[in-house]
Design a protein around this ligand. Sequence first.
Ligand code: ADP
Ligand code: SF4
Length: 691
Amino acid sequence: MNNKTDNPFAVLFEPMDIGPVTARNRFYQVPHCTGLGHANPQAEVALRATKAEGGWGVVCTQEVEIHPSSDLTPYLEGRLWDDADIPAHRAMTDAVHEHNSLAGIELVHNGQHAANLGTRIPPIAPSHRPVDLYHPMQARAMDKQDIKQLKQWYVDAAKRSRQAGYDIVYVYAGHNMATLMHFLLPRYNDRSDEYGGSLVNRVRLLKETLSDVRDAVGADCGIALRLAVDELLGDAGLQAHDEGSEIVSMLADIPDLWDVNISGWDNDSATARFEPDEGYQEQYTAFVKKLVKKPVVGVGRFTSPSAMVSQINRGVLDFIGAARPSIADPFLPNKILAGDIESIRECIGCNICVSSDNVVAPIRCTQNPTMGEEWRRGWHPEFSPKSKTAEQVLVVGAGPAGLESALQLSRLGHSVMLAEAGLDVGGRILNECKLPGLASYRRVRDYRQLQLSVLQNVDVLLDNKLSATDILETQIQHVFIATGSLWRHDGLGRQHPKGLAIGSAAMPVFTPDDIYAGATLPNSVLVYDDDHYYLGGVLAESLHQSGHAVTLVTPANCASAWTDHTLEQHKIQAQLLNLGINIVTAQELHSINENTVLLANVYSQQLTELDVGAVVMVTSRSPVDSVYEELAFVQLRDETKIKTLQRIGDCLAPSTVAAAVYSGHLAARELGCDKANQIYRRESVQVNFHR
Ligand code: ADP
Ligand code: SF4
């Protein structure tokens, strides 16, 4: 199927007006951060251009700071502080327009959300309030002059947006990250003038800003309002059935497009672990379409076209908004148009993409290894130039790294033998997707397995545990070893860099791999988490589900500490506590005895004794690399014809699933390449010396 009329999802491809501009379809890439921002303009342009090429009718920026008093340093968002910032934006709009898509810009003033660490301007807010993120500083209450200036900054930025060629200009009042939202909320706004108190007063600044921006952009540009309509805080915050609806009614006719969602970012970009279903925002945002005549866009991790069509047909949304689904598959709209539904690389809802922004790094994605690499490595998510020479390649191990490398190798034109010891492909995914909340992780395996199954130049050999001798006997000259890793029993990790001495009389010690293999554990279990990502917490939950009394011990100050970056930590902590799991923080394992363990406080070293029946160690992993080591030894002595011998994924360095997929993809792309070249293109900063 390749035309719109044959397509059961044709409604998704109807052109839609946004005020004076027309989107070619209903696929709308809502504003989302990339960790690239103003410091990596070429990478940003290529990323957005790829989305437009992939069929998104509207492609938006990330949040774009309108003034130095909204400075998110060290985070790399967009910037439009003055005219010097226009060319980078012009490059983005030109690239998006080349694919007949509309370009939207999300203009933000962050107020008390931005500490202005770069500009050192005291942040501003409706009322005196501490700045977000425990920065030891306060935002000062805005006076009338500040309010006037804020509106002017919006007007100036809107005019610059037009100069840069944007078709849609946003006013942003969402995610609890914007001054215009802070004004709406009584908990932040205790002003006694006409901008505080009653709802009419609290909405005034947003309304005035929208009107000013409308006047500034002229008649041939759409304006959008991104509004959080519910904060999921109950009476303590904005609620859809209460002031959320009233605000929408009050502003109904002003914007050309309503971009509505829930706040904060953790709720809007909820992980699949906590919001497993597509369209999870519908219950909060569906009312908007009943109150406004203008088109509405909303998100909900939409990856299936039938769910999208249902949103349109039931009158919930006019545009299918997507951030993460467009990251995992920039070509999602084109695949639906072509009827190639099974080739959609579905987002798994892990928020590794979000974590990039939170650790101030360029975006990455578990499912899409090309994300963020469009410019600096020249990677395209769908098309790979054929390799100059077609090689025969053996990939050993079919976890995320092996699967991705086999897939990419075959797309490059090589012929691939993929050998897997187990009875199924997927590696760690096969185990982890059975854990509570991680079912969607299976998509990492399913997408690749399905793609491989239709390729002619790949042989997948299951139940084939290869030794070094087996590999040598194949006579294949290019070998990737993707044999994964195993969790350690000895507790070696950050807190115990040399591991723990565990005597023979000690209680049983298990690893996650033992549990996957069906080990029988006693009733009372201590999970020791010195890994700090999801697995310790999720195993604690799983063991609780299977009837164990679980204590989670961690040297960190909270459970699953790193998941703060995936916006989950507080949800995980709440979940474990609500289940009755005992969380013991800031404690390391000191010793493991027959019926007790001794814990040492990581600050004071004070000891505490705990009665438990077994310990589950989630501390670090050892690569399964003995086959590689044997081959490397033979290769060193020039006793083999193997030209390429390379470890990939966890076998090289245990890490996230995203890192394993990336490692497999990179190795495939680099086969036969001259690695002496610079590893990737870098954005060069033009230096103008001012004396
Ligand atoms: P990664 O995340 O790096 O892909 P995984 O641990 O998920 O690593 O997957 C590794 C895969 O390698 C597993 O499916 C495992 O069964 C397989 N494997 C390990 N050793 C061998 C071997 N000698 N021959 C074939 N497959 C192997
Ligand atoms: Fe989806 Fe995870 Fe990719 Fe983000 S990183 S787009 S959540 S698969």
